[in-house]
Design a protein around this ligand. Sequence first.
Ligand code: PGA
Length: 264
Amino acid sequence: MTRQLMVAGNWKMNGTQAYTKEFFAGLDALPDTAAELLICPAFTSLQVAVDEAKKLSQSLAIGAQTMAGADNGAYTGQVSAEMLLEMDIKHVILGHSERRQYQEESNAAIAEQVAQALKNNMIPIACVGETFNEREAAITDKVVTSQVEESLANVPKETNPSQLVVAYEPVWAIGTGKTCDAAEANRVCGLIRKTIAGMFSDNFANGVRILYGGSVKPANAEELFGQSDIDGGLVGGASLKAADYIGLVEAANNVAAQPAMCGV
Ligand code: PGA
């Protein structure tokens, strides 16, 4: 089964509307690509990003960084699927480790958000990954497996697997400059795929895209994206500068040009 590479940028709490305009103005040299391109700015910059992305000759989707698990109602500060869809936003990062840590989001809450996204025909990017202490304690596999099982617990069996994206983001590699070794990142992404196969089917698991995230930059992206079970990246710091984002897309293109290395 062919899986389309994805180059997803997670801007976190960075990027005003003015910054967003500047970023998109810098994407002139964005190459043609078969990869799916995605940038996820803060809520306040989403509409500007949607408008700017429309001016590009390449297709580049805009996504949100979180979303409520409920339809609407008394959830102060939350944003619903309906509100995002009104802006043409279909992608949403869910359960990022910073939300798990600072907003204390549980696997159960993330499972509701994932189900909500799928119910609304959106594309959730569900994040999992172990902390430094968990890796040191040699419980990476156990932690990641249970995060996958619990966060995807409400995914309906009839879901089209191409609509579901999982991001493996070892917490110790996020924003630290310490990238996970490509072979080890691929091993854990393979474990995630095996876990999904156990929950659904081999066929389903082979259609789900699994991204790696954690200090991805243009210089290491090709090696990571070229791994058999890695279908692209969820990128923080290096997605904030247009030139770096272009470098990530070029890396994805280089991988696509070498079918033997490609995870398809
Ligand atoms: P980073 O962040 O690329 O800056 O390490 C990745 C992420 O948190 O999604």
